[in-house]
Write a protein that binds this ligand. Structure first.
Ligand code: ADP
Ligand code: MG
Length: 586
């Protein structure tokens, strides 16, 4: 048949279809399957037999129906119109699909990822006659009030710009041509296509150089995420994985966010779809969606689309990274993605490894997280971009020995361990301070303008953590031999550790002030709590009874410090004086 490979279905097994007569086809070619023209991708090739994962329901599709190879890999459309979009796993705009067909997505429907009719105001930033190479920025489109979309020369194009001018263009109209040295001419459009399964090119990978402030105290202070870093949030059901991801989407110090949602409960994605469009960007007051792209997998969508969704999401994220932006990608939950891989693998009759997952589970998870990083972008002007990835994992029963958790922990540099015990005590975020870790701790200091403050914060963080560790030991002693067994100084340590937990680490995502804490405020809060420790120790040394110290009014002020607005941080600093005065009166 055709040289690309065009065959006939011999077998249908759920999301996997086997076709023969596919000689000429390549791995990962996208094919159209059956009379219904379903979208699929070749995931296994054996002579002229191809196994195809199909992105749409295969009910009613049967042997004998045709399979047509497009010869192209699974790709996304990149250009103006991405921002604010809500896509399914293969970049079909959900809102348009729903509008067309009610809540049922009709099969075989290939709505483009980017609107073909909308016109964008393009402003050129290079002149005609300029020499350009791949990655060069040639102009801009103000895509939303929060995002300036840079138009870049696609890979493989190089030469002299001709016919570029400002104006209104649709995404597939040429904005310029590039004439190569050999005389061949390529068109540049606002839109480019890019395969999703491999990383987009960059000039150079750079090491992390600073932390990303999230405004979440337990994260920033104890377990910070680096710019271009990776983090994993595993936890049992109901421990706050989704709330952590939403808080990060809102507050993380990134220019734009890609949120890939794989709903755990049937209605969870519906929540995301209704909730996100209502969220405000806290810094600008504009809708958060003006710097967000949402990829949504509802539970009624085929598994193959869920398998593809993280690739679609990360390719879009890399594209914005390449413009020179700081991008953050959240995936909630990667366990649903791994389960999709497992189901397809089973249908392919591959040899299962642990827990039925395919043997390549670890490699796939690693290659996903390896697409994070801080980079020097291709092309000029010279610029840096970064992509950070935060994945939630929901192991059955919260068991950390689960294959997906283990494979993820091998690659990520931050581990925020959510505990049911804490969630049950309503201690949120339920991030366990004793078992979580971050390899980016040394980069927090780069986030402070005041270097002396940064150094002091570093010391305070160490002191606070050692108090929390001490608390765990002391509580064990109290449990075994009773409270009388510990010294007065240790009673002070216990009280201060409790204050660190309750007044500092505990943070209510739904309180208008408490939801975000700047680093300056984190510094002030921690300083006051540790001041109490110092003064408390001095007081017991001078013979004062610890019980009396715990009764001072300043204790109440410390507990309320988190509700003091950012503009009044000096009031937190003042609590130290109250502590001094009130202890002096004892
Ligand atoms: P998971 O995704 O792990 O199943 P969720 O993120 O849906 O859990 O959180 C479950 C519930 O826990 C939330 O509905 C909320 O009531 C509470 N919760 C979690 N984190 C916080 C937080 N930081 N502040 C206040 N409540 C929280
Ligand atoms: Mg959740």
């Amino acid at each position: 048949m055709s040289e690309l490979g065009q065959g006939k279905i011999v077998k249908v097994a759920g999301p996997v279809v086997v076709a023969q007569g596919m000689s000429g086809a390549k791995m990962y070619d996208v094919v159209r399957v059956g009379e219904a023209n379903l979208i699929g991708e070749i995931v296994e090739l054996n002579n002229d037999m191809a196994s195809i994962q199909v992105y749409e329901g295969t009910v009613g599709v049967g042997p004998g129906e045709p399979v047509v190879n497009t010869g192209a890999p699974l790709s996304v459309e990149l250009g103006p119109g991405l921002i604010s979009s809500i896509y399914d796993g293969i970049q079909r705009p959900l809102d348009k699909l729903y509008a067309l067909e009610g809540s049922f997505i009709q099969r075989g429907n290939a709505l483009p990822g980017l609107d073909r009719d909308k016109k964008w105001q393009f402003k050129a930033t290079v002149e005609n006659g300029a020499k350009v190479v791949a990655g060069d920025i040639v102009g801009e489109v103000q895509e939303s009030s929060l995002m300036l979309h840079k138009i870049m020369v696609p890979l493989g194009v190089e030469g002299t710009i001709e016919g570029i001018s400002d104006g209104e263009y649709t995404v597939d109209a040429p904005i310029a041509t590039v004439k190569a040295d050999d005389g061949s001419v390529s068109e540049i459009k606002l839109m480019q296509k890019c395969p999703v399964r491999s990383q987009r090119a960059s000039k150079q990978r750079l090491a992390p150089n600073r932390a990303m402030v999230t405004g979440q105290r337990v994260i920033d202070t104890f377990f910070p995420l680096g710019v271009g870093g990776t983090a994993c949030v595993p936890g049992p059901f109901g421990t706050g994985k989704t709330v952590v991801q939403h808080q990060l989407a809102k507050w993380i110090d990134a220019d734009m966010v890609v949120y890939v949602g794989c709903g755990e409960r049937g209605n969870e994605m519906t929540d995301v779809l209704t909730e996100f469009p209502e969220l405000k960007d806290p810094k600008s007051g504009k809708p958060l969606m003006e710097r967000v792209v949402l990829i949504a997998n509802t539970s009624d969508m085929p598994v193959a689309a869920r398998e593809a969704s993280v690739y679609t999401g990360i390719t879009i994220a890399e594209y914005f990274r390449d413009m020179g932006y700081r991008v953050a990608l959240m995936a909630d939950s990667t366990s649903r993605w791994a389960e999709a891989m497992r189901e397809i693998s089973t249908r392919l009759e591959e040899m299962p490894a642990e827990e039925g997952y395919p043997a390549y589970l670890g490699a796939r998870i690693a290659s996903f997280y390896e697409r994070s990083g801080r980079i020097e972008c291709l092309g000029s002007p010279s610029r840096e971009g970064a992509l950070s990835i935060i994945g939630a994992v929901s192991p059955p029963g919260g068991d950390l020995s689960d294959s997906v958790v283990q494979a993820t922990l091998h690659v990520v540099k931050v581990f925020w361990s959510l505990q049911s015990r804490l969630a049950q005590q309503r201690h949120f975020p339920a991030i366990d301070w004793l078992t979580s870790y971050s390899f980016y701790k040394q980069y927090l200091k780069e986030c402070f303008d005041d270097k002396a403050m940064a150094v002091e914060m570093d010391d305070m963080i160490k002191e606070a953590m050692s108090l929390l560790e001490k608390e765990a030991d002391l509580l064990e002693i109290v449990r075994l031999v009773g409270a009388e067994a510990i010294s007065k100084a240790d009673q002070i340590a216990l009280a201060v550790a409790k204050s660190i937990r309750e007044d500092y680490l505990h943070q209510n995502a739904f309180h208008s002030v408490d939801t975000y804490t700047s680093l300056e405020k984190q510094y002030a809060m921690l300083k006051v709590i540790l001041h109490l420790y110092k003064k408390g120790l001095e007081a017991v040394e001078a013979g004062i009874n610890p019980v009396d110290i715990f009764k001072i009014e300043a204790m109440e002020a410390i507990a309320r410090a988190k509700y003091i607005p950012e503009s009044e941080v000096s009031k937190i600093v003042d609590i130290a004086n109250q502590i001094d005065n009130q202890i002096a009166k004892l």
